[in-house]
Design a protein around this ligand. Structure first.
Ligand SMILES: NC(=O)c1ccc[n+]([C@@H]2O[C@H](COP(=O)([O-])OP(=O)(O)OC[C@H]3O[C@@H](n4cnc5c(N)ncnc54)[C@H](OP(=O)(O)O)[C@@H]3O)[C@@H](O)[C@H]2O)c1
Length: 230
């Protein structure tokens, strides 16, 4: 009886070690990540973090392991052809024109629409074909989508559109691919440069900013707008 109990105990103990190890391996799995905008203010901190445990490739218009201009679908396609199959794609790039509503021309609005909005939509549209099943795509917007400040009708508009996009694409995207968007407040490393545009806003620590991307890439969430505003 005692022996049997001992055997059973030893057996289940071994089994629990085995499953624990399996879980650890799963958690610590080395992934291949592509970070578009990985040398920018936010991107370089995110890249630094993920490089400590995963294989990371950085993309940008002028620097990185591979070049891309997200305004151009052909450029996005050619980037993905060069990097091959991926576990996760992060986009921490995209511009929009800041100016008073009275001064913004139609062409000015198209800057944000082509770069930050359609640039990132195209990263999902094209990038999904280069992702392994259950891979993830993380886009970037910002606090202006919820709390616009002066001169941001264009920037706020594209952020809001992307928030709707990730919720809708989650209903249809195949191969269990997860698409999320990280929406940060003004980050610490950009605070001095932009603080006058954000009266009364508290800077977001770079640790919190990085963790929002970690939550998207290593968590299980899908179709989420991950908001870090304080
Ligand atoms: N800074 C903040 O406090 C803050 C807060 C919330 C949200 N955001 C948003 O987060 C994103 C990144 O912000 P950031 O402050 O890190 O910007 P950043 O310092 O200007 O860095 C942008 C990065 O994206 C790349 N990039 C820019 N345009 C590109 C394009 N058309 N195609 C490919 N790569 C491009 C740049 O590299 P190259 O120059 O080599 O192309 C650079 O590495 C932006 O969309 C921004 O609106 C920023």
């Amino acid at each position: 009886m005692l022996n049997k109990f001992n055997c059973f105990f030893v057996g289940s103990f071994k089994w629990s070690i085995f499953t624990e190890k399996q879980n650890q391996t799963e958690k610590n799995k080395i992934m291949k990540l592509l970070i578009i905008g990985g040398s920018g203010t936010i991107g370089k901190k995110v890249t630094q973090h993920f490089k400590s445990k995963h294989e990371v490739l950085v993309a940008g218009r002028f620097s990185g392991d591979v070049t891309v201009d997200i305004k151009d679908s052909n450029s996005i396609k050619s980037m993905f052809e060069k990097v091959g199959s991926l576990d996760a794609i992060l986009s921490i790039a995209g511009d929009a024109r800041w100016a008073s509503f009275n001064d913004l021309t139609e062409e000015d609005y198209y800057i944000g629409i082509k770069s930050k909005l359609m640039g990132q939509v195209n990263v999902v549209r094209i990038g999904k074909d280069y992702l392994k099943p259950k891979g993830s795509i993380t886009l970037s917007t910002g606090i202006l989508g919820d709390y616009p400040v002066d001169k941001t009708t264009s920037a706020a508009m594209v952020n809001g559109a992307l928030h709707s996009f990730v919720k809708a694409v989650d209903l249809e995207i195949e191969n269990e691919i997860r698409v999320n968007v990280v929406s940060l407040g003004l980050v610490q490393d950009a605070y001095e440069k932009y603080k006058d545009y954000f009266p009364g806003h508290n800077p977001i620590s770079m640790t919190k900013a990085v963790n929002a991307y970690v939550m998207s890439v290593e968590g299980k969430g899908r179709g989420e707008v991950i908001k870090v505003y304080k």
